[in-house]
Write a protein that binds this ligand. Structure first.
Ligand code: ADP
Ligand code: ZN
Ligand code: ZN
Length: 761
């Protein structure tokens, strides 16, 4: 009887053997249901017909059922997952299963629910939009969109936060009708349409006889392409470098904000789509996806674009994943997990904002989607483009040493858009109003008078990071963590941002009874209230995790900002990323200094990237922007580099420091973390791991066992052990030898994890 080896979601570094009854066909990559103990589990067949199994034949149980309602995983994807399991030292079964959409991990039959599409009914088509009530803004938008093409809900959602309800209203009026239109979407684009937006000439893509990548067969496909801009010469050079390369190549597209990186992606995509290839575009895990999705749809109006991110329902996710798997999705736009999407015709990978730490998964399979994407591009023999205004020092170093090819965009794409001026305000020499300097307040005032927007950037939500007693010095420590509880004044609570523990704000000191309680430091809420006091007529919008908890809130806010219904924005890093706010001309940065003395060697790199990014928000349209940074260290090289927009200089000094200190990218790291309720258990485990590592006498540097940056969280003590090697190979050899020892140690009461190439310290 044939035996198959099955990957299961079980925390053991092994596959499981099952027999297959005579006459039953089962392919590699197929999903199966198998008995496991008393349970029935869904697994994936990864190997077939093993001649000798480790388990004696009569003890092997048979496969319960072969699931044929989804196509088998490709050998290529299984190879990729195998590599990840091996590289990240994570069980193969869990690796394979975690790459699948939730629906495919369950044994419930996949009933492909039709994904409804919407189009104008005949009465809807007869409507005169000019005379449609102006105040029904969203309905107008929906109708205007549907005049162009039929859309499904996901596509319409990008128009506004309230699309669902408004669409229902339109259907009830009989102006819009739904139909089961997944496969129909493309053909339902009006064939006679030829004007795609006013700004650009639509281009009918020509079929092209030559293949560009090593892989894509030349299945020429025609699509409408909104070629909005003539490329600048730098953009053209970048596009040519990638399209002329054959097979694998890693390109670092280093372009300042506003230099037109997206335009380069669009042209590369166009090139690949013409040849029938699929494009994978990876973006950070942020609320950017609907916006970007809309943007790419507008540039490729009849191309099948599918997004894959956590905002989708399970059904949508499965649907989009299967569209990718069948090759029907021509562009897949997704966050980190989509690096594992099946893409049979993959011809190009783009990783936008490649430096962003959200590409790294922080639990389970702790992979870096950027690094896996590079492996995948190599595996498939296709080019990969990493784009950023502030590349990670790892990528930048690889580009400098010639492993990646650098493509530089040094100027802003639109001639009128200038880089913002950056100034430091020395907080030791200026009048401060509860954390905001008087100079900055005056600048904000000017912006309000000119009907321009200001943004105040502060990386802390809540009112104040800590509450203090003036009588005895009591501080609002979290009783479960090593951190402080943050004061949230709008609901009068102290809240721990690490474990979620919260209490009512005490009116008197819990320790001495004094009523002399002060908030110390500033968070977004405090900044908001200071501004409110100073500018009572200004429209202030706070954007942080608290104010955007509601799923659609952030999108509504973005609409407000665009409609210029906001004068001052106060926000955390949520505001820093990739948003284009044309009326924004002033950015104030309130408390950047803590990163300068952080124990994390990447803190400066992260701060620089973040500040470059916020600075990039200012003056994107035709108005010049200004950035003001409040700091006690105005002479710090980081701020100096920022003022001169000198990434190269900053990177060079950071790399020199890293080289001296023996940090990445000059070394490769692995972090063993452990946490548990009993301190001695945690340290006993890590000390044994330390001893085992030493005993191996391999070519690695083993650092000491130390407490984690947050030494206690939710009553768990946390510690870690760092190991460094000079090459990836040395690290991998060491890990192969070390990991079996770790599994042998008692860790019943501990949570332990190995983090390869860790980003968080
Ligand atoms: P980045 O992604 O590098 O921050 P974008 O791609 O968003 O930059 O481009 C910034 C702005 O410049 C956008 O409004 C874009 O439409 C415009 N743009 C890009 N390329 C060109 C070009 N070749 N000619 C004119 N405008 C361009
Ligand atoms: Zn007190
Ligand atoms: Zn806590």
């Amino acid at each position: 009887m044939p035996i198959v080896r099955v990957a299961l979601d079980i925390p053991l570094a092994t596959l499981f053997d099952y027999t297959v009854a005579e006459g039953v066909q089962v392919a590699i990559g197929q999903r199966v249901i198998v008995p496991f103990g008393k349970r029935q589990l869904v697994g994936v067949v990864v190997m077939e017909c093993v001649a000798t199994s480790d388990v004696s034949a009569e003890r092997i149980k048979p496969v319960t059922q072969v699931l044929r309602d989804s196509a088998p995983l490709s050998a290529e994807l299984l190879t990729l997952l195998n590599f990840c399991s091996d590289y990240y030292r994570y069980p193969i079964g869990q690796t394979v299963l975690s790459a699948l959409p939730t629906r495919l991990r369950s044994d419930k039959p996949i009933i492909a629910k039709p994904i409804l599409s919407y189009r104008l009914s005949s009465s809807g088509a007869a409507l005169d939009l000019e005379n449609f009530p102006k105040r029904k803004v969203v309905q107008r938008r929906i109708l205007a969109k549907l005049v162009e093409q039929s859309c499904n809900l996901a596509q319409l959602k990008a128009l506004s936060a309230t699309v669902g309800a408004q669409l229902k209203a339109l259907v009830a009026e009989g102006w819009v009708e739904s139909f089961d239109g997944v496969s129909d979407i493309k053909s339902s684009v009006r064939p006679e349409r030829n004007a795609v937006k006013s700004k650009g000439e639509p281009v009918e893509a020509n079929s092209c006889p030559s293949t560009s990548s090593g892989r894509t067969d030349c299945v020429a496909s025609k699509h409408v392409f909104d070629n909005a801009h003539t490329l600048t010469s730098e953009q053209q050079l970048a596009v040519d470098a990638v399209t002329q390369a054959s097979g694998y190549g890693c390109f670092l597209l280093h372009g300042i904000t506003g230099s037109g990186k997206t335009e380069v992606y669009v042209h590369l995509m166009h090139h690949v789509l013409q040849r029938g290839g699929q494009v994978l575009l990876l973006v950070p895990e942020i609320n950017l996806t609907p916006q970007l999705e809309n943007y790419f749809r507008s540039r490729f109006p009849d191309v099948n674009l599918m997004s894959l991110h956590s905002g989708l329902s399970e059904g949508e996710r499965l649907h989009n994943w299967q569209q990718a798997q069948s090759g029907a999705a021509q562009i897949v736009l997704g966050t980190r997990l989509s690096v594992f999407a099946e893409l049979p015709k993959l011809a190009l990978i783009v990783v936008d904002e490649e430096h962003d730490s959200s590409f790294k998964q922080q639990d389970g399979l702790r992979y870096s989607a950027r690094d896996v994407a590079i492996f995948r591009a190599h595996q498939c023999g296709v080019p990969i483009v990493l784009g950023s205004a502030t590349p990670s020092l790892e990528s930048y170093y690889n580009a400098q040493s010639g492993r990646y090819k650098i493509l530089a965009l040094t100027g802003r794409a639109t001639a009128t858009a200038q880089l913002p001026t950056v100034r430091c305000i020395n907080t030791n020499q200026t009048v401060m109003q509860q954390g905001i300097s008087e100079n900055l307040l005056r600048e904000i005032e000017k912006r309000i008078a000119n009907q321009e927007q200001s943004l105040l950037f502060i990386n802390r939500r809540g009112y104040a990071p800590v509450l203090m007693c003036g009588g005895c010095g009591w501080l609002s420590d979290c009783k479960h963590c090593a951190g402080k509880m943050v004061l949230h004044l709008n609901d009068k609570r102290l809240r721990c941002h690490h474990c979620g523990y919260q209490i009512r704000q005490p009116s008197a000191c819990p320790s001495c009874g004094s009523a002399d309680m002060h908030p110390v430091g500033s968070g977004t809420q405090r900044v908001e209230s200071v501004l409110q006091e100073r500018f009572p007529n200004a429209r202030i919008l706070r954007v942080d995790r608290d104010s955007t908890r509601n799923k659609r809130a952030w999108q509504t806010m973005r609409e407000q900002i665009h409609a210029n219904e906001v004068d001052i924005l106060v926000g955390t890093q949520m505001l820093a990323k990739g948003h284009d706010f044309p009326a924004l001309t002033l950015v104030g940065v309130l408390n950047p200094d803590s990163a300068l003395y952080s124990s994390d060697f990447r803190a400066a790199e992260k701060l620089f990237a973040q500040l470059m990014q916020v600075a990039g928000r200012a003056g994107r349209a035709d108005k010049p922007g200004e950035v003001m940074i409040q700091t006690a260290f105005p002479e710090h090289p980081l701020f100096r580099a920022l003022q001169t927009h000198d990434f190269a200089g900053f990177a060079a000094s950071q790399l020199a420091e890293r080289k001296m200190a023996g940090f990445p990218p000059f070394t490769y790291q692995v972090m063993l973390r452990a946490e548990g309720k009993v301190e001695s258990d945690v340290y006993a485990y890590l000390n044994r791991a330390h001893a085992a590592a030493k005993a191996l006498q391999m070519d690695v540097e083993i650092l000491g066992v130390v407490p984690a940056a947050l030494a206690r969280r939710a009553n768990h003590l946390r510690a870690q052990l760092l190991v460094q090697a000079n090459t990836r190979r040395a690290m991998q050899n060491f890990l192969r030898a070390w990991q079996p020892h770790l599994e042998g140690f008692n860790q019943a009461k501990l949570r332990c994890s190995l983090d390869i190439d860790p980003l968080e310290f």
